[in-house]
Design a protein around this ligand. Structure first.
Ligand SMILES: Cc1cc2nc3c(=O)[nH]c(=O)nc-3n(C[C@H](O)[C@H](O)[C@H](O)COP(=O)(O)OP(=O)(O)OC[C@H]3O[C@@H](n4cnc5c(N)ncnc54)[C@H](O)[C@@H]3O)c2cc1C
Length: 553
């Protein structure tokens, strides 16, 4: 049972009127919810630094995606802000007070890396922290394009500390990018020299109050610096060292997507089992789940969800394995996030569409989770950005994908073939102008990581004992992503591919309702469309307009 199973039933999480509240009210509720979840988990520094079982359980808790603003606030708080602070805390007693306040969510902990002009190329950020003769620093935003972009730094009643990444300037020399601990406000107004502009709602997603943050020659004490003053030998290496918590963040984001999948499958399936239409030929009612256009997407989504949960568990085990290098962990996290997000983004829309107009309403969770997941796909390792980085490394043999346990199985053959094909493209174009090989390769980078991810997920599912019919359906559901390859290399014609998908889904259809408990998600589903009772209760609480009194005759 999840640690938040009682909390999730409390009015703080069950109040269905929240959708209609003004934006700022909603942001305050996001913070209140985040604090309540933090209290339940009571995480320690060690949990966060060493990715303990408890920390993993926290990331797998569906409450983080049931309200995506909670997931956003808490993953920034613990993973990015606290994880970075704790990394530098050894021999820094001055950091202990901040660490314990961030840990208890007594203050909000932010992580300001991205700037308006520098996102994926954050290595080129322009905020400066200039060393003064007395050991202090002056933190400065040189122009509006260097404003910190996205982290929710606006005051919402709770004080806020942030790690601000800035270019360390020593005697007019650039010493690379470092993190600086900066108090931004005490809950009401920004501290002197710091300006925050609240960005408008993203639209469709749960609100956290994304902001722009500017520094106008703000003095920082010498202890604000995380790390040393030296000019690094390898500026790039130093940058990635300093932002290393983003690697764990990439894994965390993938884990949040697993909860999104579980919720979506539960809602779509429950609705489809319950909703009936009259059969055109004999007028007998039938559930919409009985149409292949309904049960194929539902069952393939369930199969993918269960296989990806096994994949997630396998990723966690590798992450806490000390024998696995940081570089390899980063590759694994990128493969995991890219693969799971590809399907999550598709499934949320597909299942939403299969619920008709109901799928469009925030109250039914699918559309709002989709909007939240779109954000998560970009944050802490943008899926295209990390795909490009690691696919090119794979093609250049700079990193090695995990060895295949079943190299003769279909997904391993597909993965091997995709990589070999692109290695050939790489070799044959490496003498040509860079732009030509770049143009050829970049569009296929996501496909490379997904091919690796599908094979790894398949192997994890076998290792974790996922029932074979679900694994078989998972495999068949992937044919449509690259039908020509399966036709050319696996003697599976287009029609054979379609029939295999239909056969495998139809075999599982009688068990559709029995698969729901495997998702272990019911308590986190608030969508009223999952049952008639819930729908009736929901409608009875909707505001209704009084009838106009008829004038007396
Ligand atoms: C929900 C959410 C929360 C966030 N929270 C934080 C936070 O707490 N702290 C923080 O610092 N930041 C945060 N961010 C910002 C996030 O880290 C950036 O959005 C992300 O790094 C991408 O940067 P960008 O949005 O500027 O996109 P850009 O860098 O402008 O990229 C946009 C697109 O350009 C293309 N592109 C860019 N570079 C390349 C390239 N080299 N090769 C090929 N194509 C390229 C890609 O299509 C890419 O998707 C958050 C973002 C989101 C969505």
């Amino acid at each position: 049972m999840q640690k938040t199973s009682s909390l999730v039933q409390s009015p703080l999480f069950q109040d269905s009127g929240i959708e209609g509240l003004p934006f700022l009210e909603r942001v305050k509720i996001s913070y209140a919810r985040a604090k309540a979840v933090a209290n339940v988990y009571n995480l320690t520094v060690s949990d966060i630094l060493h990715l303990s079982r408890r920390y993993w359980e926290f990331h797998n808790d569906p409450i983080l995606i049931m309200d995506g603003s909670v997931g956003t606030l808490l993953t920034i708080q613990y993973n990015l802000c606290l994880g970075t602070l704790a990394h530098f805390a050894e021999n820094r007693p001055d950091l202990q007070r901040i660490i314990s306040e961030v840990l208890n969510f007594d203050i909000s902990g932010q992580y300001c890396l991205t700037e308006v002009n520098h996102g994926l190329d954050a290595i080129n950020i322009e905020t400066t922290a200039t060393l003064q003769s007395n050991g202090e620093f002056i933190l400065h935003t040189p122009h509006s394009g260097a404003a910190k972009y996205m982290p929710p730094t606006a005051p919402f009643g709770i004080p806020c500390v942030a790690i601000i990444f800035a270019r360390l300037m020593v005697a007019e020399e650039d010493h690379g990018i470092r993190g600086f601990v900066v108090m931004l406000h005490h809950g009401v107004s920004m501290l002197p020299g710091i300006t925050c502009k609240l960005l408008p709602p993203r639209g469709g997603s749960r609100p956290v109050g994304h902001s722009l943050t500017y520094f106008n020659r703000v003095y920082l004490p010498s202890g604000a610096l995380l790390g040393d003053l030296e000019r690094p030998k390898d500026v790039r290496e130093c940058f990635f060292q300093n932002i290393h918590r983003v690697i764990t963040g990439t894994l965390s984001m993938g884990t949040l997507a697993l909860s999104a999948l579980r919720i979506a499958c539960y809602i779509g399936t429950s609705y489809s089992l319950e909703r009936q239409v009259l059969n055109g030929s004999n007028g007998v009612p039938r559930p919409i789940s009985s149409f292949s256009t309904q049960y194929i997407p539902l069952l393939t989504s369930i199969a993918q969800t269960i296989v990806f949960r096994a994949f997630g568990e396998d990723m966690y085990e590798q992450f806490v394995n000390r024998d696995v290098s940081i570089a390899q962990k980063h590759l694994l996290a990128a493969v995991f996030k890219t693969t799971v997000f590809r399907h999550t983004l598709d499934i949320l829309v597909d299942i939403g569409d299969r619920c008709g107009a109901q799928g469009l309403f925030e109250i039914n969770q699918l559309s709002v989770i989709h909007a939240d997941i779109r954000g998560a796909a970009i944050a802490e390792g943008d899926i295209l950005g990390i795909s490009i980085r690691f696919a090119i490394d794979i093609l250049r043999n700079r990193v090695r994908v995990p060895e295949a346990a079943y190299p003769d199985d279909l997904l391993a053959r597909h993965e091997h073939s995709i990589i070999q094909e692109l290695k050939e493209v790489w070799r044959s174009t490496s003498n040509q102008r860079n732009t030509h090989s770049e143009g050829l390769l970049l569009p296929h980078c996501r496909g490379v990581l997904e091919a690796v991810g599908h094979r790894c997920a398949y192997e994890a599912a076998i290792a974790k004992g996922v029932p074979r019919p679900l694994i078989n359906l998972f495999v068949a559901s992937l044919f449509q992503l690259d039908p020509a390859w399966y036709s050319e290399n696996a003697e599976l014609s287009r029609w054979r591919q379609k029939n295999l998908l239909l056969e495998r889904a139809t075999e599982l259809y009688p068990d559709l309702a029995q698969l729901l408990p495997l998702l272990e998600i019911e308590s986190y589903v608030t969508a009223p469309i999952v049952s008639k009772n819930r729908w009736n209760k929901y409608v009875s609480n909707l505001p209704s307009y009084p009838t106009e009194q008829l004038a007396k005759l």
